[in-house]
Design a protein around this ligand. Structure first.
Ligand SMILES: [Zn+2]
Length: 205
């Protein structure tokens, strides 16, 4: 999502070399591994004005396995998505994996509803329910440079995502409200091949 953030970006973890790590049993494809390992600090953001990029942006994304989420590939991808989002000239407040070339269900979202407004990563994100007021607001997108639009979004949603910690794994549910709920809806759409311009009431250049 491409709103210019007025807030200081959260400092993100530094690159970890994944060379030499054993990554058995993950579902990452060779292409995905190459995209992750070949990126030093940021990844290229795909844009709708490039035909090949648009095809990826229109794909539906697949979920990660728990083994994927425990791998160095996933932690490196998470870091790269956050640094890419914050590095962009538009200084985003959210990014989805298809925007960096991976058709995978993961997003990074700046949690304006939490103390310190951290950027957090949500694998296997789903929106379980949409509720509250349907309210119009401005949106932009890192993949649609130079454009903004007005989109109506729900103000109270329930999300679910996967969390793995050491030997435990589970699905977490969270209620999110207001602007942060808008960001989640925008990013979740990317995972289904949708772009905000599909839903905009009006577009501004
Ligand atoms: Zn977007």
């Amino acid at each position: 999502m491409g709103y210019r953030s007025l807030y200081t970006a959260t400092i993100v973890a530094i690159a970890i070399s994944i060379a030499g790590c054993r990554e058995q049993g993950t579902s990452f494809t060779d292409l995905e591994k190459a995209l992750i390992t070949d990126s030093e600090r940021i990844m290229r953001v795909l844009t709708v004005d490039n035909e090949a990029d648009l095809q990826v942006l229109r794909d539906s994304s697949t979920e990660f396995t728990d083994a994927d989420l425990r791998s160095e590939y996933f932690s490196r991808l998470s870091e790269l998505m956050v640094t890419t989002m914050q590095d962009s000239p538009q200084e985003g407040v959210g990014i989805a994996a298809p925007q960096v070339g991976l058709s995978r269900r993961v997003v990074a979202v700046q949690r304006f509803d939490k103390t310190g407004e951290p950027v957090e990563v949500y694998p296997n994100l789903r929106i379980e329910s949409l509720g509250g007021e349907l309210k119009p607001g401005y949106e932009g997108c890192l993949s649609v440079p130079g454009q903004y639009g007005i989109v109506s979004r729900y103000q109270e949603i329930i999300i679910s995502y996967r969390e793995v910690k050491e030997d435990k794994a589970g699905t977490i549910r969270d209620t999110v409200r207001g602007y942060t709920a808008v960001i989640f809806q925008h990013e979740a759409d990317h995972l289904d091949g949708l772009i905000y311009t599909d839903k905009a009431d009006s577009l501004l250049f």
